[in-house]
Design a protein around this ligand. Sequence first.
Ligand code: 13P
Length: 256
Amino acid sequence: MKREMIIAGNWKSNGTLALRAEINNLLNDTNIEQGITVVVCPPVTLLEGMISDNKNPSISFGGQNLAEYGQGAYTGEVHAQMLRDIGANYVIIGHSERREYFSEKAEILAIKMLKAIDAGLKPIFCIGEPESIRENGEQNQYIESQIEEIIAITGIDVWAESILAYEPIWAIGTGKTASLDQVQEMHAHIRDTFSKHSDTIAALLPILYGGSVNQNNAAQLFTAVDVDGALIGGASLKQDQFAAIISAANAEANSN
Ligand code: 13P
């Protein structure tokens, strides 16, 4: 069974109304092959406007975070139903920047996942090892424990509705991309780890690669059998680069 391919852009804390208009225009005119979903995750200030101005049914939108709480007196928070209410379908959870700067641990991330699923949002759940772990050759154990600690709380079933993004921390925003072999090996390891809980979920789980994906390396990364797309930071803010990455996904879809 062929898995869907997902090209997701994480704008992080970047983006203005001008950029929103630019990327909306680009996406409205972009051909996207069947079996590919493009997901744009702008900052929450731009999300509703982007969704309203979108005319391309192959584009979906997501939040970059959600509250661990529901509706109520939680000043500054945006909860899952609020994202759904404006038409978002996805939400990024567990990005290494949130783990590092906002001290988000598995317990909180699991609550966020369950809240997202309950509201009908698909989590894009991020994992990835720091450079020191990779240098010591301990990345497989590290990633396995990141997966096991979250499944221990959420259970396996919610993963049938989720997407996983492997983002080695040393490759995020550094221009250092993991090699094709490193990516394929890790994605296969991630799938094996899930298959200890459910072969079906493991086989269907979209696993995205993130970490300095750009117009020069995307096509090659998409050839790996266990790479089902990308989670893109910097290059998703540049019209020409994001368009080139979508073209690489289209070419890969057409070659199958
Ligand atoms: P870069 O593509 O800028 O390395 O960022 C990757 C990322 O963190 C996406 O979530």
